[in-house]
Design a protein around this ligand. Structure first.
Ligand code: SF4
Length: 362
């Protein structure tokens, strides 16, 4: 693309963003930026971590609750892990909550967020995308964050395909990133890198959608190679997904009056540091003795099954319930039903809710 076309494209995107950009609780829009407001890196970071693997409508109430309870990174750093993990419950991917807490502590110790992507990457839980997003949005560093929306927009803009294999898609992603960076590099001096990144994210979310992109109202239309080819939906050409394997296990919900027994999982690994009802190990083969790893010889009743999908596998937990009168000598903590449901990650909440009589998890 010629320098002149690039300049026209960037001006069209900026104009579109000023008129049609989304209003988001963590965002400082272009008009506010013009008036001198600056983004709060803490809020940018918090939103980016929450939005990994989930949608804006799902993440927004969590974002609002975190911001209200811990308005600064220093306050979040001082919070207890129990409070952070309970507030995170329902957002999934608990390693992110652990990293979030560790990162808040590291940033508080540093006295604030580093302002460039390379330094941000040194912090717990901050990978290349998140580092670039924070550096770009909060500090206007001229780096290109490439999320799923930007990936789609840029792959269509330049008609970047692949052969649909893992290796082909990896190579295509590098080309897409290079083109995204070229757009940032071409920004006129008076344009903000953060505005461009957020404009491209918004374009991907609202105009250049996976299905039925609305090319008629797109500011990139006159520059877009995929549109010129007549079939923009064929981009990006990702690697075909492998079937998700299923693992099986048992969950043991032990009740006493209005209390339920929970254990804290080891700090590392899946659901690390989270409260859960005791479970067996999870394996691809169905267990021969589903009660073999129960936390005691109680009158376990088979209640049913819950399913939960993690990133790399689906989990089928067979739920057993037993009730006791006196507190038995078993490892774990007794929490009221209400406190347990609030503290549990989604999969644990599904199992406990089922054992409590079908109360629906959030
Ligand atoms: S013209 Fe169409 S395909 Fe191209 S970027 Fe815009 S919406 Fe996407």
């Amino acid at each position: 693309m010629s320098t002149n076309s690039l300049k026209k494209l960037l001006t069209a995107v900026d104009r579109w963003y000023r008129r049609h950009g989304r209003k988001l609780p963590w965002r400082i829009g272009p008009a506010e930026r013009d008036a001198g407001e600056t983004p709060d890196p803490y809020l940018v970071w918090l939103s980016e971590v929450m939005l990994q693997q989930t949608t804006i409508p799902h993440a927004t109430p969590y974002f609002d609750a975190f911001r209200k309870r811990w308005p600064t990174v220093q306050k979040l750093a001082k919070a207890s892990w129990d409070d952070v993990s309970a507030s995170w419950a329902g957002l999934g991917y608990y390693s992110r909550a652990r990293n979030l807490h560790a990162c808040a502590k590291a940033v508080a110790e540093l006295g604030g967020f580093p302002q460039d992507a390379a330094s941000l990457r040194q912090l717990p839980g901050i990978g290349p995308y998140t580092a670039a997003a924070i550096a770009s949005i909060a500090f206007d560093e001229r780096v290109a964050p490439v999320d799923g929306n930007i990936e789609r927009v840029v792959s269509r803009l330049h008609a970047i395909g692949s052969d649909g294999t893992e290796a082909g898609w990896r190579a295509a992603k590098q080309v897409i990133s290079a083109h995204a960076q070229a757009l940032v590099n071409a920004l006129p001096k008076n344009h903000r890198a953060g505005d461009l990144a957020q404009a491209l994210m918004d374009l991907g979310a609202t105009v250049c959608t996976p299905k039925n992109p609305n090319c008629l109202i797109c500011p990139l239309a006159e520059f877009c190679e995929a549109r010129a080819q007549g079939d923009p939906e064929r981009y990006p050409v990702k690697a075909e997904k492998k079937a998700t394997p299923t693992r099986h296990g048992s969950a043991f919900v032990l009740l006493r009056n209005d209390e339920v027994l929970l254990i804290r999982r080891p700090p590392s690994g899946l659901l690390g540091g989270m409260m859960m009802p005791p479970t067996s190990a999870w394996s691809e083969a169905k267990p021969e003795d589903p009660l073999g790893e129960a936390p005691g010889k109680f009158a376990w009743n088979h209640i049913g099954e819950v399913r939960h999908v993690f990133t790399h596998f689906a989990l089928k937990l067979t739920v057993y319930r037993a009730e006791v009168i006196a507190r038995p000598k078993v490892h774990g903590e007794w929490l009221t039903h209400e406190a347990a449901l609030a503290a549990l990650p989604t999969v644990g909440r599904k199992a406990v809710a089922l054992a409590l009589g079908g109360a629906r998890p959030r």
